[in-house]
Design a protein around this ligand. Structure first.
Ligand code: EPS
Length: 390
């Protein structure tokens, strides 16, 4: 299974094409819309989210509520496009008209793709870079992820997540008794955090950042439960599923890194306090008595929950802009001010769940087949039994 996204932030629509989705799986637009709505929420979002009401439209690959096995095309219209039709038009402009086109960007924002992209592609108007590098693109990735989540759910695999820190404030309550409890409690929190006291402080920190014209980042966690042993493989570097997940997470807009299980903390502990001891009982087969390694050994799932953390830097578009240089005059200037969010960490937590879900679903289908959902189920159930009796 693979996907491509296309679309500009203020262009007509976001498009995702996913190829390799098994046939005969029940799929409704509502399955995708639920995830899109979750991504739009969260305390700290700016005015753009009041303009957009993201709803998917299937344009191929789904018929009468079921997948056909053909590529699935999904689009979300950008409602804001109506304000940008001239600026984002596709027809050529005369020189005179080009002069009149507003919102040309010549003052790159530090921390953004603006300057690197402009030099690389030769754009004197950096809007050509900004429009595609914008985190609006995460809408398209969530469409792919929502489809992946649906595939996983079909086989009893659940994905959840929580916000661990925002602006240096740490959640002191990160454990939960079941993934359902994690899903329900984070859904009810404006910052997707399990600790009510930290939630309050995080919201105050977001208010302060907004009042200061600044932005703040944070750390988010994704959990996947119900996975069999052996997704991914040790036999080649690019089959290692933990590596693929870390790469995918680091590719989310504004993410600077990812860790698996206790991650960087493993550097501070002796091996005896890192590796998870192996136990066996008749009901469950093999499992681990702890989960420091976040569900991975040798690039493969070990049957324990997959636990990944990702770090998001503060959004680089600041209302109190940093120092930059105008690429036309070469004079020092404050960077361009663009509308933005003061904190998108809660939304990023939803994006990360979906990004991780896609990588996991790809490995799942690689292992059990891609054509037909019932055949995949037979392969999966047979293997789960085999692993238990091993
Ligand atoms: C973004 C800037 C803001 C955000 C946008 C990401 O958009 P605008 O410039 O139109 O105000 O709202 O996020 C989304 C539109 C979204 O759907 O998440 C940026 O520069 O990355």
């Amino acid at each position: 299974m693979r996907f491509l996204t296309a679309g500009e932030s203020h262009g007509p629509q976001q498009t995702t094409i996913v190829e390799g989705v098994p046939a005969q799986m029940e799929l409704l637009e509502e399955d995708i819309n639920q995830e899109l709505a979750r991504r739009q929420g969260g305390y700290g979002r700016g005015r753009r989210m009041q303009i957009e009401k993201d709803k998917v439209k299937f344009l191929s690959g789904v018929r009468h509520g079921k997948t056909t096995g053909a590529p699935i095309t999904m689009v979300v219209e950008n409602d804001d496009f109506k304000h940008w039709e001239k600026i984002m038009g596709t027809e050529p402009l005369s020189e005179e008209e080009a002069e009149k086109v507003k919102r040309k960007i010549t003052r790159p924002r530090p921390g953004h793709a603006d300057l690197n992209g402009a030099i690389k592609y030769g754009h004197r108007d950096m809007r050509n870079v900004l429009e595609r590098s914008s985190a609006r693109e995460t809408t398209a990735r969530v469409m792919a992820g929502a489809l992946a989540k649906k595939i996983l759910k079909t086989f009893g695999i659940e994905v959840g997540g929580q916000v661990l820190t925002i602006g240096g404030i740490h959640s002191a309550q990160t454990s939960y008794s079941s993934i359902q409890e994690l899903q329900e409690k984070t859904e009810a929190s404006p910052v997707r955090c399990l600790d009510p006291e930290a939630e309050k402080q995080m919201m105050e920190a977001i208010d302060k950042a907004k009042a200061d014209g600044d932005s703040i980042g944070g750390v988010v966690q994704t959990v996947v439960e119900g996975l069999p042993v052996g997704l991914g493989s040790h036999v080649q570097y690019d089959h290692k599923l933990d590596g693929k997940i870390v790469g995918a997470v680091a590719s989310i807009n504004a993410f600077k890194g990812a860790e698996v299980g206790i991650g960087f903390e493993a550097a501070n502990r002796p091996g005896s306090q890192v590796h998870d001891e192996i136990v066996w009982d008749k009901e469950h087969g093999y499992y681990r008595s702890t989960n420091n390694l976040g569900g991975f050994e040798g690039g493969m799932t070990n049957g324990m929950p997959v636990v990944i953390q990702g770090v998001m830097k503060p959004i680089p578009t600041l209302y109190k802009p940093l120092q930059s240089v105008d690429i036309d005059s070469k004079e020092p200037f404050k960077a361009s001010i663009e509308r933005s969010d003061s904190c998108a960490v809660p939304a990023a937590s939803v994006v990360m769940e979906n990004v991780v879900a896609f990588e996991v679903a790809v490995s799942f289908l690689d292992m059990f087949g891609t054509d037909n959902v019932d055949r995949i189920r037979r392969n999966f159930e047979e293997y789960v039994q085999e692993a238990k009796e091993f």
